[in-house]
Design a protein around this ligand. Sequence first.
Ligand code: GTP
Ligand code: MG
Length: 304
Amino acid sequence: MDTLKDLLPTRLYEVLEKAGICTTQQIIILSLWDIKKLTNLLNDDIKLLKNIVSNNCCPDSISGTFLEDENVTVKTGCASIDKILNGGFRVGTLTELYGESGSGKTQIALQTAVYCGNSGCVFICTEDLFPVKRFNQISQYVWHNIRYTECQKNIFIEHLTETHELLSCIRVRLPKLLKLNKISAVILDSVAAPFRCENTNYVQRAEELKELAILLLNIAQEYNIAVICINQVTACFTGSDDVLPTLGLVWSNLISCRLKLTKTTTEYRELTIAFAPHLSNAQGAKFIITKYGIEDMENILLNS
Ligand code: GTP
Ligand code: MG
C-alpha cells in the first residue's frame, strides 16, 4: 500500500501532516467532522481524500480476481446474468431473487439446478410441485442426454408447505444431507409462501423468518453453498406502479444479496441488482425464456 505522501495532493498532505494525521488508517477511521475540526479543510476536500485512501486500501479478499474465481459461484448458465453476478450466485451467501409472477424466478432456479450437474443441488418447493418435465427439458438441452441422467441423481427435491415443516427440514434434515453429499446450491422456491398465509401473529412470524435466514446463512457458510431464496412481490404503498419484495424489513436485513426480476415486455425479461456488497448495480441482464431455458438476449439477437 502506498504512503499518504505518495497518494495525496501535496496541499492536502501538508495540512494533514500539520494536524497530526499521518496514516491512512486515521483517515478511514476519523469522521468527516473530526477531520474538519482538526484541519479546517473543506468538506469536498475531505471527501476527496477519504475516497483516494479507501480506493487504495481495497483488501485482497474482495478483489476482482477472487470474485471471478469459478469455485466461489454457482452459475445460472445464462451468459448475461452470470456476467453481472460476476460468475453466478456466490457461495457462502444468502441471495434473494424476487419478481412478479411470470417474471422467470422458477426458470432461473431450475436452470441453476441443472447447471449444478454433478456438484449437486437441493431444491425445496413450497408452492407448486417440482416441475420435473421442465427440469428434464432444460437438462437434456444443457447436457445433451449424456450427463443428464447423472445430473438427475444429484438433485434432492422436497415439497413443504408449512412453516414448521420447513424450519424442521432446514434445522435437522438438511445438515444431515449436506454432511453425506456434495452439494453446491440450496434453492427455496419460494420463501414467501409459508409465511404469507393467514398468520396474524407478526411477532412469531418475524422470529421464524429470523431463524430461517440465520439457519440458511450458517449452512451457506459452513458447507460453502450458494443459498438462493425466491421471493414474491407486494404492491408499493406510495401509489407508484413499482412492486416491493414481500416479508418486510426483518427478512431484508438478513439476506446478503437481493436480485430483482422484471418483465420488460412479453418478449424479454431483465435481472437487476437491488443490493449486493460485491456487485455493481449499474446495469441489468436481459434474457429470454425459450424451450431450452433462460437464454442471453444478446446471443439470440446475434444468432438470428
Ligand atoms: P410465479 O411462480 O408465479 O411467481 O412466477 P415465476 O416468476 O416463477 O415464473 P416462471 O419462472 O414459472 O415462468 C416464467 C415464464 O417462463 C412463463 O411466463 C412462461 O412464459 C415461461 N415458461 C414457464 N414454463 C415454461 C416451459 O415449460 N416452456 C417454455 N418454453 N416456457 C416456459
Ligand atoms: Mg415460480
